[in-house]
Design a protein around this ligand. Structure first.
Ligand SMILES: Nc1nc2c(ncn2[C@@H]2O[C@H](COP(=O)(O)OP(=O)(O)OP(=O)(O)O)[C@@H](O)[C@H]2O)c(=O)[nH]1
Length: 387
């Protein structure tokens, strides 16, 4: 009766794992076509394939038993690939120096150890691999608040516990059929958890990547206008509530269209990158630098007044004058016009408007200079005070 139970489980699980793996492989195929395939994709694919092979070997073993415990060896190899895949995903790629030799040593032990000891070694090694997957999946899940990696960790924990229980049932209770059924049942559930976990984890990562891309300018790696707005919404609201001044500097590269035309768009791109790095270096860590549009950059200086903005603008201007840019042995004279503004009750739109006004003044004054305007909010007294 117990044997029938274990056998039935094998066929039921083989069907389940075949279906899950086929679905998973389709998704992996779709993911591998993306520009940045998820970390560990290759090793996870090998894990899914070897698991399928392991279950195929288990089913085949029911029909044509062979001397060697091929299903156990295949299960160990697939657990090893899972441990390697989770370690690559967690950024601990060096784990293969340890896990690879352990896996190889366990497989080669077939020539050295008697069957009983060999089976215990198999259990211990598989438990180790699943425990590694649990630890690394758990660590990545906790660090990145990623529910998918936490599911992989849960699968690892389940399988480690099942391996230990299986070892106890075999060594102490001599109940091989129950031990076998336990491993089949838990392995099917753990495998399904790994599949769901890997999908959830990669989807969450891609979601983060997309929202990051929509707020960052890919050329200069500065925030774009949208990123600036979302980064500053809370800061500016707090500053307004506490009556703190916020300052801003707008930087516009002089005659950038002409530089583009003369040196080519690639050089134009490198000028934008050079400008972005220069601005970041001149700013303090609390300042926010963004590429606002085309060749226009906007720097927000929280909790600062007009004097600080003007000083920063002058530093940037003299840096450009003192450090001529050399690209492909061509000396390129890059200058910029800068507008500085500050306000005590500013939103981003007010700072943008005031710095734009200041920038227009700098341009009208002949470019390569700094101009500043101060935003003075109107305070209307009530009628009684006016009289
Ligand atoms: N290389 C490069 N050029 C860009 C990029 N985005 C916008 N541009 C170019 O930047 C130029 C901006 O031109 P304008 O706004 O007239 O600025 P300008 O020539 O600096 O004129 P002033 O600001 O008045 O001195 C345009 O020629 C755009 O084609 C980019 O990502 N890379």
């Amino acid at each position: 009766m117990q044997d029938i139970f274990a056998d039935n489980l094998v066929y039921a699980h083989y069907g389940l794992i075949l279906a899950l793996s086929c679905g998973q492989l389709l998704v992996l195929y779709a993911l591998s076509n993306s520009n940045q395939p998820p970390a560990g994709l290759g090793l996870f694919t090998v894990y899914f394939m070897t698991t399928l092979l392991a279950w195929f070997a288990v089913s085949l073993n029911q029909v044509i038993p062979v001397g060697l415990d091929i299903p156990a060896v295949a299960a160990i190899i697939s657990a090893c690939f899972l441990a390697l895949a989770t370690s690559q995903r967690a950024g601990v790629a060096r784990a293969h120096y340890l896990l690879g030799p352990v896996c190889l040593g366990t497989i080669l032990a077939v020539f050295l150890l008697p069957p009983d000891t060999l089976f215990q070694l198999y259990l211990a090694t598989a438990a180790l691999f699943w425990a590694v997957a649990a630890a690394l999946g758990g660590w990545r899940g906790w660090r990145g608040r990623n529910i998918g990696d936490s599911l992989i960790a849960l699968a690892g924990l389940l399988m480690t516990a099942a391996m230990l229980l299986c070892w106890y049932l075999l060594a102490q209770e001599r109940q091989p059929a129950i031990a076998q059924s336990l491993v089949y049942a838990v392995h099917g559930a753990a495998h399904a958890l790994v599949i769901i976990g890997f999908l959830a984890s990669t989807l969450q990562d891609q979601q983060h990547q997309l929202s990051h891309l929509s707020t960052v300018d890919p050329l200069t790696r500065l925030l774009n206008r949208r990123g600036l707005e979302s980064a500053l919404n809370v800061t500016l609201a707090n500053a307004r509530r506490h009556g703190e001044f916020t300052a801003a500097v707008m930087v516009d590269i002089d005659h950038f269209a002409e530089l583009n035309r003369h040196f080519g768009e690639d050089t134009g791109d490198r000028i934008l990158q050079y400008m972005a790095r220069g601005l970041e270096q001149e700013c303090r860590s609390g300042d926010v630098v963004a590429r606002y549009e085309r060749d226009v950059f906007l720097i927000i200086l929280p909790n600062s007044g007009l004097e600080a903005a003007r000083n920063l603008a002058e530093r940037i201007r003299s840096r450009l004058g003192n450090e001529p840019l050399i690209i492909e042995q061509q000396l390129i004279n890059v200058t910029a016009s800068l507008g500085a503004a500050a306000s005590g009750d500013a939103g981003l739109d007010v700072l943008y408007r005031d710095t734009t006004r200041a920038l227009q003044l700098a341009k009208r004054g002949g470019r390569n200079r700094v101009a500043a305007v101060e935003h003075r909010p109107l305070h209307l007294s009530n009628a009684a005070t006016l009289r």
